[in-house]
Design a protein around this ligand. Structure first.
Ligand code: 7TS
Length: 406
């Protein structure tokens, strides 16, 4: 088993200094850093096996194809899917959700049907559904948030009904850190015969995902938020549904047979992967998944819940700080906050002077910000290489900033 220091040593970028200070990277909800195992795997791909996949019969093409397929199989195992057929590689969560909005939404929805999301959603699980429901004349409805920043299950029970065709909810809020009860919502969706989708962009990096246990039909996530490179994302879909819906993108690789008049689709998952894919990204994702499982989600959870509780407690001691979202037991490793009289962007800029990287803004959740009567927050988000010392540096820097402004 790796110690946390051994984990930290795997991430070369953590040695970078910022304004003469040690980098304290607390912007993990935006993207995570990459261990050298992942960087080496990408580099090794280009050094030793680069070729286009599924096209040539030459040595390199066979090797690249095999590695790329293996990456699908590895991800299937990672989330307990039935096999490679259920794993579509996309660019990111946004593309995975757009794929569903077009392939499933546009084809399956009709006038009067309902799509249900929550008031927590990131724009990428909101805007596609706004557009598609408008196009087909369906309605978009929202499960409410409780006063303490959790999903209102009474509202879910009221809103999900027999007119509901698609339920699509975020698993963990990137803005508030709230973990949503996907399993319970899946049950409701299934009772009413609706498709169930979860946006796992913030959950897959931090907890063991079992798509069968969650009861979802679809699950979307991004490699770059879980140690893998940018430009590789995943859409899990149940095979029997994927067999029966239209592809999203048309062109090379996704076909079996083409005449001048028509085309037949390739078998899964290639039916949904048109064009030359991100092969090195897929291989990087496979190695990232290996890395996460080698460390183990129990260890990751232990590190993160300690940091989240510690940061929550320390921030709560500062009377001029307001924390958004639920108490720690209902949240993942994300804390959004505001400081009296100082704009979140100014806080983030001043934290940067101390080497502390956080995000400030609406976190691509503008409607949620409005609901919270604000337009922006400052957000610290943790991952397996963060330490209590990182939190201490954040707190000291915040204290300094408050003194400066008051
Ligand atoms: N869904 C959630 C819950 C997210 O947090 C994000 C990205 C996305 C979807 C979209 O992921 P992408 O990989 O397609 O961009 N969230 C953030 C964030 O909080 N800060 O930067 C990106």
């Amino acid at each position: 088993m790796k110690t946390q220091q051994e984990i930290i040593n795997d991430f070369p970028i953590l040695k970078v200094s910022v304004n003469g200070k040690r980098l304290v990277y607390l912007d993990n909800a935006a993207t995570t850093q990459k261990p050298k195992q992942v960087i080496d795997a990408i580099s090794n791909y280009y050094l030793e096996m680069n070729a286009n996949v599924h096209r040539g019969v030459h040595y390199l093409s066979e090797l690249a194809s095999e590695e790329y397929e293996e990456a699908h199989r590895r991800v299937a195992k990672f989330i307990n899917a039935n096999g490679m057929e259920e794993i579509i590689f996309t660019r990111n969560t946004t593309e995975s959700l757009n794929l569903l909005a077009y392939s499933l939404g546009l084809n399956e929805l009709k006038k009067g049907d309902k799509v249900v999301v929550t008031r927590f959603e990131h724009h990428s699980n909101l805007v596609p559904w706004q557009q598609i429901t408008r196009k087909v004349g369906a309605k978009l409805e929202f499960i409410e948030i409780t006063d303490d920043g959790r999903l209102d299950m009474e509202s879910a029970e009221k809103i999900i009904d027999d007119n509901t065709k698609i339920v699509s909810i975020v698993h963990m809020s990137n803005a508030l850190g709230t973990i949503l009860p996907v399993k319970e919502v899946s049950k409701l969706a299934k009772e009413h015969g609706a498709y169930m989708i979860a946006d796992g962009a913030q959950s897959a990096p931090h907890m063991k995902i079992d798509v069968k246990d969650l009861g979802v039909d679809f699950f979307a996530f991004s490699g770059h938020k879980m140690l893998a490179p940018m430009g590789i994302g995943v859409l899990f879909g149940k095979q029997e549904i994927l067999e029966n819906i239209q592809p999203f993108l048309y062109g090379g690789d996704m076909i079996k047979l083409v005449t001048y008049d028509e085309a037949q689709w390739n078998h899964l998952p290639w039916k949904f992967e048109a064009g030359t894919p991100n092969v090195s990204g897929g291989i990087g994702l496979k190695v990232a998944v290996d890395y996460l499982e080698q460390v183990g989600f129990d260890t990751i959870h232990k590190i993160e819940s300690d940091l989240t509780n510690y940061a929550y407690e320390k921030l709560s001691e500062l009377p001029y700080i307001k924390i958004y979202g639920p108490e720690p037991k209902y949240r993942g490793a994300v804390i959004s906050f505001a400081m009296e009289g100082i704009h979140p962007h100014d806080i983030a800029t001043l934290l940067d002077e101390d080497g502390v990287a956080v995000r400030a803004g609406h976190h691509c959740a503008q409607p949620l910000m409005k609901l919270l009567n604000t337009d922006a927050t400052t957000r610290a988000s943790f991952y397996l290489y963060n330490t209590r010392e990182d939190v201490d540096i954040l707190i000291e820097s915040l204290q300094k900033i408050y003194k400066l402004f008051s």
